[in-house]
Design a protein around this ligand. Structure first.
Ligand code: GTP
Ligand code: MG
Length: 452
């Protein structure tokens, strides 16, 4: 380390994939392996994220990783629940995640949310690898806990190996159908040109050493320069979720990806009606699991440095949006920071017209993704907002001139009862889905039906 504040931050790794394909189990297993490796205290659970330091990675990866080859501090994993679109994870100019692990169940192959994830990875040009999970479910599998995957594959019968290979080649074929050339990770030389497939089991830990090795290598090789930050500068982050926390009112679950945020900072957050300026009341971290018996689920911290997850308690957060930017003011001019946030919100803002459909989405990122798909299909948008579908949205939709435009596309949001009733009454069509391309497909089908 040098005397300057320039340092390398932890790369942010998004773990994504279809519901039940094993994202959370994989992270649980990594935490479990750390405990086995005698490093239980070293892994920390953060808000929406798990930090795994290099020492733990090299302990788990064994001979696959030589820690002296690396100077990045480790990896910060973000788990994305299957029902929640990965597109939330946005930051200025693209994806919040530096790299991603796309988890695919070897038995199920590609499913709707796998395709959606691939779409967004493509759009945001996020490098990724595929974890072909649940290899232990191949009939006849002989488990070798926590072993590197090639070793455990060699220890299987020919029949089991060929069954597994068949499943793996199906996944490689689906990647190719989606425009990615892919191969087993040990045959990939250039991870920018080819997607590496890592067979793993979150159940037995087989392949987990490989997964960590590949992610660490990928970050070190291709992302090191982007990880250089001014470590003590005013923080920059993204809102993951806006939610009520007992004793603190409306709070933000956020990822800080640059600088620091302190418990006495003033911050500017993107809100439904523009930037919100507010003073941090508390920075909260989940207590370590063994301490959760105590009354408080969270502990207060004085400062959080990038890259890290944190829960921010502050007044006036009710209108904050998931996917919106957060910026710390610190010793800068407050109006300048407000202007920065304003500008960033304007970049995300969807172009709306006098005629078109209404789009409601759970986060700014998903709103952005849906709108750009609609734009590609030349479907105009009259209103695009984050939030539940309310009666006033129906009122807007019914003013559309074209019958095909009297529609609301609702992505992963609640539809208020009175809005649903009103839509039916006014003959406004309501489309709901939590997979973007399915939502748009359903709308397209409806249009085709009307036009026929
Ligand atoms: P969502 O958060 O709902 O999207 O699901 P997820 O992707 O986080 O899946 P989760 O980790 O919750 O796993 C779903 C189910 O699959 C659980 O019952 C796990 O025990 C099981 N599972 C996950 N990974 C493996 C594996 O490698 N082998 C086996 N046999 N079961 C697994
Ligand atoms: Mg999960």
């Amino acid at each position: 380390t040098t005397e300057t504040d320039h340092s390398l931050r932890t790369p942010i790794v998004a773990v994504l994939g279809h519901v039940d394909h094993g994202k959370t189990s994989l992270l649980d297993r990594i935490r479990g392996s750390a405990v086995t490796a005698g490093e239980s205290g070293a892994i920390t659970q953060h808000i929406g994220a798990t930090a795994v330091p290099l020492s733990v990675i090299s302990e788990i990866a064994g001979e696959l990783v030589d820690p002296t080859d690396f100077d990045l501090p480790g990896l910060l994993f973000i788990d994305t629940p299957g029902h929640h679109s990965f597109s939330t994870l946005r930051s200025r100019g693209g994806a919040l995640a530096d790299i991603a692990i796309l988890v695919v169940d070897v038995n199920d192959g590609f499913q709707p949310q796998t395709l959606e994830a691939i779409d967004i990875l493509k759009r945001t040009q996020t490098p990724f690898i595929v974890a072909a999970n649940k290899i232990d479910t191949v009939p006849g599998w002989n488990p070798n806990e926590d072993q590197p995957v090639q070793a455990t594959m060699e220890a299987q019968s020919d029949r089991v190996t060929s069954d597994l290979n068949e499943k793996l080649y199906e996944i490689i074929g689906e990647l190719s159908d989606n425009g990615f050339s892919a191969d087993m990770y040990w045959r990939v030389q250039d991870f920018q040109a080819n997607i590496g497939v890592v067979p793993v089991s979150a159940e037995t830990g087989e392949g987990v050493p490989d997964l960590l090795t590949v992610m660490m290598g990928l970050s070190q090789r291709y992302m090191k320069e982007e990880m250089e930050i001014d470590a003590s500068g005013p923080g920059v982050g993204t809102v993951l979720e806006v939610k009520d926390t007992r004793g603190f009112g409306t709070t933000l679950d956020a990822i800080v990806y640059d600088g620091t945020i302190r418990a006495d900072d003033t911050i500017v957050v993107g809100g439904l009606h523009g930037p919100i300026v507010t003073d941090v009341r508390a920075l909260l971290r989940p207590r370590p699991l063994e301490e959760i018996r105590t009354e408080q689920e969270f502990e207060q911290v004085e400062e959080v440095a990038a890259a890290d997850g944190v829960k921010i308690a502050a007044p006036d957060l009710d209108d904050a949006m998931a996917g919106a930017p957060i910026r710390v003011v610190r010793d800068r001019d407050r109006d300048e920071v407000v202007a920065e946030v304003q500008e960033e919100l304007a970049e995300i803002a969807v172009t709306t017209e006098d005629e078109g459909v209404v789009v409601k989405a759970d986060t700014l990122g998903s709103l952005e993704a849906i709108s750009s798909t609609l734009e590609e299909e030349e479907i105009p948008i009259m209103r695009a907002e984050v939030g539940a579908v309310a009666p006033r949205d129906v009122r807007v939709a019914e003013t559309a001139g074209e019958p095909t435009h009297q529609a609301i596309l609702a992505f992963s949001v609640e539809v208020l009862d009175d809005a649903r009733d009103l839509a039916e009454q006014e003959d406004v069509k309501l489309f709901e889905d939590d997979v973007i391309y399915q939502l748009i497909e359903r709308y397209d089908d409806h249009v085709t039906e009307i036009e026929e």
